[in-house]
Every structure is written in C-alpha cells, then in structure tokens.
Design a protein around this ligand. Sequence first.
Ligand code: F6P
Length: 472
Amino acid sequence: MPRTIIVSNRLPTKVQRTADGLTFQPSEGGLATGLGSIYRADDNVWVGWPGLFVEDESEQEFVTAQFADDSMAPVFLTENEIRDYYEGFSNGTLWPTFHYFGQLALFDDDLWQAYVAVNEKFCQAVLAQAGPDDTIWVHDYQLLLLPEMLRQARPEATIGFFLHIPFPSYELIRVLPWRAELLRGLLGADLIGFHTFGYMRHFLSAVSQLLGLSSQHGQIETPTRTVLVDAFPMGIDYRRYADAAASEAAAAHVRAYREGLKDVRVILSIDRLDYTKGIAQRLRAFALLLERYPEWRGQVSLLMVVVPSRDQVAQYQELKVEIDELVGRINAQYRSITWTPIQYFYRSFPFEELAALYRLAEVAMVTPMRDGMNLVAKEFVASKADQRGVLILSERAGAARELSDALIINPTDTKQLAEALHEALVMPEDEQQTRLANMQALVKQYDVFAWTKLFMSRLAHAKAEQHSLATL
Ligand code: F6P
C-alpha cells in the first residue's frame, strides 16, 4: 500500500544528552505538535533531524533503532551542518527574511553552500525510504530546495510541499542572492501549500517577477510541468486539547496553581523565544496597562512561558537578555509583598500542565510581529470548555484570517494592546461566550486531520490531472 513520507528539518521527537545518556522527548513548535497527531496512521514514515549532534556510530545506530520503532528515520547532521545550515542559512537568513526582519538577515555564500549540501543529504535519506508509489510531503523553509532535488531523481514522484511560515512580499524575497534557486527548488513539487491566500499571492508574484512564469487560478506553467499552489490554513488536534483541558488532571493542576495565585486573574503568554513573537512589546503593553489602570495592580498577573529556542543564534541570545531585563524592571516597579505582576518561566511545560494553563487563563495574548499561522491561538480556543476567556490576537498572525472573533490588534501599537487587555478583563461573560463559540466551531471543524486530508486529496488530484494531460 502506498505510504506518505513526511519530511521536515526536525523530527517530532528530539534526542537529548543527559547524565543518564540519550533521552527522547517531544519536540516543541507548531509543525511537530501539529503533524505529530497524524503521522503514525497507516505505514507512514517521518524523515528528519533528531535535534542533537550525535557523532558516535554506535549512538547513531541506537537512535536509528529507537526511531524505527516509532516510524521515524533520523538524518544526522554534523556540527558544521548544524551551525551553517540550521543556525546559519535557515535561521540566520531565511527566517528573518520571511518574517520581514530583513535587516537581521545574513548573506554568506558558505551558509548557502551548507544549505544546498544538507538539502541534498535529506534528498538521499528520503530516496532511501520512498518507494515509487509513495507520496512525499516536504515541510518548511529549511528544505526549500528538496522538491526539485527529488524531482530530478524521481521525475514521476508525487511531491507536496507546505510552508509553515509566512511567504513575504516580493520586495523581501528579491533581496536574497539565491532567490531564483530557492523558487526553482520549490517548483519541483506538484502542490505547494501556504497558510493563507496572502502568502500564496506573494509567492505567485515572486515566481512571475523573478522567474517570468505566469499563473492562472493558482496553476503555474513551468517549461516541463504544471505546479498547483493553494492556501490550506493549518489546524490543531482539537479533541486532544479540549479533552486535556477538561480532564481531572488539568483540574487538579489548576487547583494547585490557584492556591499560589489566590484570586488573582491570569493573562497567559506562551511562545518559543523568538524576535518574531513580539514578547518584549507584549511586556511593555502589560506595563502600560498597570500604569494606565492602577486598579488592576494586585488583581491581575501575566503568566509568561518562554520556551528556549535556537539559543546558539546571536539575536536569540540578545532577546533573552532584553526579556529578562524587562521582566525584572516591571516586577521591581509594581510588585508587592503578596503579588507578582509577571510570573516568568523560561522552559517548556509538559502537555498536561500546558492544558491546565490554558484552562486557568482568562486572557491569552498571542501578539506576534509576524507568524505563519500560530497554533497557540487555536489551542487556547479549544481548551475553553466553559466558553469563558478572551483571545487577543495579532493582525499579522496567519490565524487572524480565521479567528476574527478575537480582539485583533496591531502588535507594534503598545497603547492599543494595553487597551485591548483592559477591554478583555472587563468583557461581559455573554460576549466572551459568543466570541469563543464562533471560534471553537471553526477550529473544531478545520482541525489538523481535515487539513491533512484536504492537502493530500488536492495533491492526488493535481497528480491525476498531470497524468491525464500527459496522455492527451
Ligand atoms: O514555524 C516554523 C517552525 O519550523 C515550526 O516547526 C516550529 O514552530 C518552529 O519553527 C521550530 O523551530 P526549530 O525547529 O528551529 O526549533
């Protein structure tokens, strides 16, 4: 039976080196948590990096065997590859460019060469797994060249690609010295998916202006093939989040947290540490709320979870210092003996505790500067069984296209964000309920299973159309 080979830079399980040897933990991030729910179906395989430098051959064999039991095939990267391909070109060049932080982007041909070489390495790893009838589904910006590499090796293969981050305006893409190669790399796929129509439009514009290839109704005619482009807003595993938040285990956690918090109201903020997430701006808005509305002092706390991420990249290290200082300053200014304005955690939380935090919080601040989709927004919505709670959402998160019943704000407008916090805290319960009910209906219907099904059926359809055209 044909299988799906999922390919992404990071596997949904990461290996960590501890005093007890190598341990296996779930990976952070939207892609791993989103697709983690579905890849185990059928006989599918997930190809990707286990998140750690593993040099020793016997350790590599051990990791490979452990992963094989769980339908994963690890791609081991050397220390130089991690530095130049992952931290360098992927997260030092593409990540800032695609999130409109062009001024942070590195332009270094050595990093580019490493990116090409690692995409080639992934290509070999996929070819070792994929049979001729299997469908290959490549994910995200670390592997933009992979579809065309696979196409060269297997001209008849069925290849899908999905981009989990924004695709920016042509004006940002055109700055990249390797822009044409990157676009050609993607065009090796049969179907290219984006979270929103806006990203899709930007991509079609870049392909037209940089490669001179026109499109109609999302179909790009290359000299050899037709490539389909479409928008597929990614969903979450709704039931998993709804059930976890409603569980007795979550209730017990909430009771324990409440003992410490007393009756202080909770605003929640959860992100990977990243300059795209608007964490510092969010802290400033919370401080402004306390300044403008002194009645909230002692009454409301910001519970802020920052999950460590890419901590070898300079900008991430600098942001960590900025956040630490801001939290320290705001807490020092406003705290009392019995109340802490910001409860700050620099670590990840186990899933059950995360579910409890979603259940506990009355307000969630999801206010990125740019975000492909942002699944935290959807997870918060799914976790609110009693339909009490308010989502404050950035207009520049992909999720804002769907979750229009959130309080939609411009994350750089600190005053607007502070006012939105106040509005959320005084919002009548019936309004909270109406807004959450609307958003829950949507998030429930377009969950990650519906998303996968839609993408895969569009891909099968695109392939069938190509075949029928070829046989005309
Ligand atoms: O959103 C893009 C993405 O690749 C997601 O998988 C996830 O949110 C995050 O970035 C993970 O980043 P990293 O693999 O660098 O930790």
